[in-house]
Design a protein around this ligand. Structure first.
Ligand SMILES: Cc1cc2nc3c(=O)[nH]c(=O)nc-3n(C[C@H](O)[C@H](O)[C@H](O)COP(=O)(O)OP(=O)(O)OC[C@H]3O[C@@H](n4cnc5c(N)ncnc54)[C@H](O)[C@@H]3O)c2cc1C
Length: 390
């Protein structure tokens, strides 16, 4: 019998095993602490940051030259699948700095990118605003030309890791011109940068997603990432990496939920037999296994293709499909896992309960499920069905 693992090279199996061990021995022991305190202490976060570096799992998505690990998309997927088994998003301590940072100038690389990839600095990315979510063209944050550079004014919402990041990549319109969306490096300690609110969310994430106000924040011209007007172009390739990363974590999360439910179904006895011998439970386990098999087959194949082919548009369309399918799949699988565990499945101390809650956001961020369907529908209209079924 050949398994998914058997199809991997020895090098890839070793990478997967390293990520599995890191997830299980370094990250999972902190899950309950993170759940109970809605986060981890600065001391623990510092310890985990060091562990990420010691295990050479820092910046897997950036080149070695820039201080990262230089993994291919397929290799990143192997790591992210294992990390996705960890609840409370503790996987986010295994920092994967924003993809657009690779377009930084040499000066910006030395000041921001290399220290970030080495775990000495931390980035957050701020596009979303109160009136600009799925449609980022509605962004109103402005960067006006002034003496010495640009003056930024605006407000950003849902800035993940904004609580611990020391700089934010802020998407703003130069001179308010919708044709000039541009990304700026904004150090958090600059006058005028204010973290105004830290809302609570469904999950107990290792970091927060605060709101920021930028009031007359002045940055010089060297703080522009890429070119003026390139704000959206910088993020296009990122969607491929980020969406496949989410899809991989969803497959990992679903796998842990199924493993937990499968073990429980074997042990738990009701009405004189193991609950797995009640066909209702057995059918749920069967559906869960097949859902993961289908998602994983799609994910492995796409990540292999993306690692070996560089057709940007096709990669973009397929990554969107994988994110949609895997994020909806993990929701269905975790829901069944909760059901199989009965009352225990509804207890926060149980990983299936936390996975069920944690993975809900995967249908919202990096493009909602509806936006992924819009992309897929448009592709079918433009190119026919080739991309998906032939
Ligand atoms: C926990 C969390 C962390 C986040 N982190 C970040 C971050 O670090 N940086 C950042 O910039 N943003 C971040 N976001 C924001 C996230 O990307 C947005 O929430 C997401 O893009 C959706 O935008 P919205 O919430 O404004 O919803 P809206 O765009 O207002 O959508 C509301 C509903 O309308 C639907 N809808 C919208 N347009 C269409 C359409 N054309 N067709 C069909 N349905 C449509 C949506 O699918 C959704 O169901 C984060 C969000 C969350 C919840």
């Amino acid at each position: 019998m050949s398994t998914f693992k058997d199809t991997l090279s020895r090098e890839h199996q070793e990478l997967q095993e390293k990520a599995r061990q890191f997830a299980e021995t370094i990250l999972m022991p902190y899950e309950l602490e993170c759940e109970e305190n809605d986060g981890l202490s600065p001391e623990v976060l510092q310890k985990l940051n060091q562990a990420v570096i010691d295990w050479e799992l820092n910046a897997i998505n950036h080149t070695k030259e820039d201080g990262g690990q230089g993994l291919t998309i397929f290799e990143q997927m192997l790591v992210n699948e294992e990390l996705g088994k960890v609840t409370n998003a503790i996987w986010d301590v295994v920092f994967q700095p924003a993809y657009p940072l690779r377009f930084a100038t040499q000066q910006q690389k030395e000041e921001y990118v290399i220290p970030t990839n080495q775990g000495k600095r931390r980035d957050a990315y701020a596009i979303t605003e109160e009136f600009a979510g799925s449609d980022p063209n509605r962004c109103t944050t402005i960067a006006e030309k002034c003496d010495g550079g640009y003056r930024i004014n605006g407000e950003k919402w849902f800035v993940t890791v904004g609580d611990v990041a020391d700089y934010i990549l802020v998407h703003a319109l130069v001179d308010g011109d919708p044709e000039k969306p541009t990304v700026f490096f904004v150090d958090k300690n600059l006058p005028g940068v204010k973290m105004t609110r830290v809302p609570k969310f469904t999950h107990h994430f290792v970091y927060e997603h605060p709101e920021f106000v930028f009031e007359d924040v002045v940055v010089d011209e060297t703080k522009i990432l890429g070119q003026i007007g390139e704000g959206f172009d910088l993020t296009k390739d990122w969607f491929v990496e980020a969406r496949l990363g989410i899809a991989a974590r969803c497959v990992g999360g679903a796998t842990r939920a199924l493993e937990t439910a499968n073990a429980f179904a074997s042990e738990r006895v009701q009405f004189g037999k193991s609950i797995r011998d009640h066909q209702a439970i057995e059918f749920m386990l069967a559906d869960m296994a097949l859902e993961i098999m289908a998602a994983k087959s799609m994910l492995y194949r796409l990540c292999w293709d993306v690692s070996n082919k560089s057709d940007r548009k096709i990669n973009h369309a397929r990554a969107s499909a994988a994110k949609l399918y895997c994020s909806e799949m993990v929701g269905r699988v975790c829901d069944k896992a909760v059901q199989i565990l009965g009352g225990r499945g509804y207890m926060r101390e149980n990983p299936v309960e936390r996975l069920w809650r944690d993975t809900r956001v995967d249908r919202i961020w990096e493009g909602t499920s509806e936006i992924q369907r819009v992309i897929t529908g448009n592709q079918i209209k433009k190119r026919g069905l080739d991309l998906y079924i032939y």
